[in-house]
Design a protein around this ligand. Structure first.
Ligand code: TXA
Ligand code: MG
Length: 321
């Protein structure tokens, strides 16, 4: 199959309507979309990504009215759910809620909950709105790999496996949406992301998620987001000694000046020390460094406040092997 990169939204809607796959930009990362109510279309997502069937997908709604058709809002949690939706939708925010009958089992991997999100990306919103059906869309990478933040990254991942990638330039946030579960009027953060712990704690108590709850979803496994080059976390590149016979790449944050002999190449996450800019650059730089055939990537830790917690989460997973 030939994979085309284009800006043709009409072709995207047509393909989706016929049960095809289309990679679409969202405000977080590019997603690989299919009609969420068409099980055969959704099965193609798992095939193209080589994703295990036990890993559930996020359902992206055309608008707020669709929420009631896809998810149940338990009476005790309804107010909190609607408040969070008012505040963070459309946006990089996903809620795991009890699922409605309408949602095919393949989407939720047989779970009785469904992850729902409403994307703010104008191109995504236009396409899902025109289709007027929810879209199941995981990140448009092969399973276990770094999420794509440009159309070119999607092509590198899925060339020949999908017919169309809709290009809208690099994504704004660069890391995947925050995922929460709402239980007994409390918020459990299942995946850190652009909507931070600090922001969520204004709405309800945040409960910590146990390891067993986390590994019920493979996106939460420690070794997800793996580049092929080994990656090690350090506090500051200044103290990192030159390695004999090893080509080392640096993913920098601190602005410290390392010894010029220490690194074959350097990517600075943000020259002005801005965590938002760092998040937007993270996956792109990881990909670039990974493509250089280095022996090692070292990444400086970023502060774990605000968005930094989500960045550290990705770096820790990438360094886990
Ligand atoms: O920003 C994003 O969320 C992107 C864009 C494309 O929307 N999507 C994304 O999807 O990151 P994916 O499939 O790569 O990650 C979704 C995560 C997976 O770890 C999956 O296991 C988890 O959400 N998930 C989905 N449904 C769930 C459920 N019912 N309960 C718990 N976890 C769930
Ligand atoms: Mg993913």
């Amino acid at each position: 199959m030939k994979t085309v990169i284009s800006t043709d939204r009409v072709a995207a809607v047509e393909l989706l309507r016929k049960g095809g796959l289309v990679a679409l930009p969202t405000e977080t990362v590019y997603g690989l979309a299919a009609d969420a109510l068409n099980s055969i279309a959704v099965a193609k997502i798992f095939e193209a990504k080589e994703r295990p069937r036990f890993d559930p997908l996020i359902v992206h709604l055309p608008n707020r009215e669709w929420l009631r058709r896809i998810a149940e809002l338990p009476a005790g949690d309804r107010q909190l759910i609607l408040k969070l939706a008012d505040k963070f939708w459309p946006g990089p925010f996903t809620m795991v809620l009890p699922k409605c009958e309408l949602v095919p089992n393949i989407v939720t991997a047989g779970l009785d909950t469904v992850a729902v999100r409403l994307s703010a990306h104008p191109v995504f919103a236009e396409i899902v709105g025109e289709l007027d059906e929810p879209l199941a869309a995981p990140s448009a990478n092969r399973f276990g790999r770094v999420s794509p933040t440009t159309a070119r990254h999607v092509l590198d991942e899925l060339d020949g496996r999908i017919p169309l990638i809709v290009d809208a330039g690099p994504t704004e946030y660069g890391i995947e949406s925050t995922i929460v579960a709402i239980r007994d009027s409390k918020i459990a953060i299942l995946r850190r992301g652009p909507i931070t712990h600090e922001q969520l704690s204004e709405f309800a108590d945040i409960v910590s998620v146990t390891v067993t709850q986390r590994i019920s979803a493979p996106g939460q496994l420690p070794s997800h987001y793996m580049p092929t080059t080994p990656l090690r976390l350090i506090d500051s590149a200044e103290a990192f000694p030159p390695q004999t016979n090893r080509r080392v790449g640096l993913l920098a944050w601190s602005g410290a000046s390392p010894s010029p002999q220490a690194f074959a190449t350097v990517r600075n996450l943000s020259d002005r020390g801005d965590l938002r800019e760092a998040a937007a650059n993270l996956f792109c730089y990881l990909r670039e460094l990974d493509a250089l055939g280095l022996d090692l990537i070292v990444a400086e830790r970023v502060p774990s406040r605000g968005l930094g917690a989500a960045i550290m989460d990705r770096l820790e997973r990438a360094s886990h092997r």
